[in-house]
Design a binder for this molecule. Sequence first.
Ligand SMILES: Cc1cc2nc3c(=O)[nH]c(=O)nc-3n(C[C@H](O)[C@H](O)[C@H](O)COP(=O)(O)OP(=O)(O)OC[C@H]3O[C@@H](n4cnc5c(N)ncnc54)[C@H](O)[C@@H]3O)c2cc1C
Length: 369
Amino acid sequence: MSWRGLAPASAGEALDLERRHHSFWGPHKQFVAFFVSSGRFVNWVGNTQSEEDWLAESWSARGERDEVLALFADWHPQVRGLIAATESVYQWALFDRPPLSSWTRGRVTLLGDAAHPMLPYMAQGASQSIEDACALARCLTVHRHAPAAGIEAYAAGRMDRTARVQGASREASRTVRLMDPAEVEARNARLRESPEAPIARFDWIWSHDEVGAKTLEPVRSLLGSLNHVSITVRDLDDAMRFFGPFLAFLGYDLVESLRDPNGQRLHVNANRHNGAVLNVWEAKPELAAHPFEVYEVGLHHIAFNTDTREQVDEACALVTRLGARVLDGPADFPYDPQGWYAVYFLGPDGLKFEVVHQPSKVRAWRAKR
Ligand SMILES: Cc1cc2nc3c(=O)[nH]c(=O)nc-3n(C[C@H](O)[C@H](O)[C@H](O)COP(=O)(O)OP(=O)(O)OC[C@H]3O[C@@H](n4cnc5c(N)ncnc54)[C@H](O)[C@@H]3O)c2cc1C
């Protein structure tokens, strides 16, 4: 259940509420507050859990201020003060459902809440709806002569991302309302040690660029083109905590999550700027006996280009936040007389990567366009 209200800014000021996002976490409950409307009001949301089902589907159901005050009776004075200063309190039921297996039937497809209702703990319902709209418009433009293909490309491009955001919202709903004292202590210790870690972990949500995304057009010739690069990791979900934000930074979108006939899971990531495909596979121990030995020592490292030097620094900061160990750089290296600025690091499972800016390559690429 969600309770919401707008307190006058004077109440927030009297309570010394700073002008930033505030989130209070407690057993079974969470309270969020921030100034809105050019600082005229403080918007607050109290999420609670009750034994009784309250299923009203309404955006304007009124709640009782005294009931909310009782629910947050022993909470921080700022929480109680904001509720007490609010004239009208509204009440929402929170609904969630697992990702759908299909959004499209014939010429009709879904977007927004109809396609992927999610809990509000990542504040992503409207954001994902806007991204959907942007993707649908782009796909229908690219496939203007075959709208069905446009709808298909839209759904294929959006379903994994929105399912991931639904999952993240569900996970966050638990994290902010933990009950078990040991779990609470472990969570608080993690946050004390690394307050920025959750931001880095969910960077794949905030840094996504649907406006700049490109619907991949058919390849002109397959001869000699690189099909894909495959990386095999021990734990796919764990590795994606690194690869998600890192590949998103490099312009890759997660376009498909598959399970091959052997039961092995893989994520297909396509680069929206240049069409390069990079698969991240989950290793299965029994496949190590397969005659084609994918685990053989061979490839030295995978290198990604950047357009600018600054992007090398940004990549370094990002992967460091994500837990990578930097081996060398960011620095100028003597491999190219015209300049070579790079960082080398170890990602999950000891995989070696390089992110490099080569001015000569950027100039040649620009000249070809
Ligand atoms: C209080 C509150 C706070 C929120 N805060 C955030 C936030 O901070 N960040 C965020 O990203 N998201 C937030 N959300 C979620 C966000 O509002 C929704 O995810 C988003 O509005 C979904 O957009 P939509 O277009 O899919 O659906 P809706 O906005 O629900 O639009 C559907 C429209 O269809 C109309 N409709 C329904 N049936 C019919 C019919 N038969 N014929 C014609 N029209 C019909 C409805 O009247 C409605 O106008 C919040 C939601 C609430 C309730």
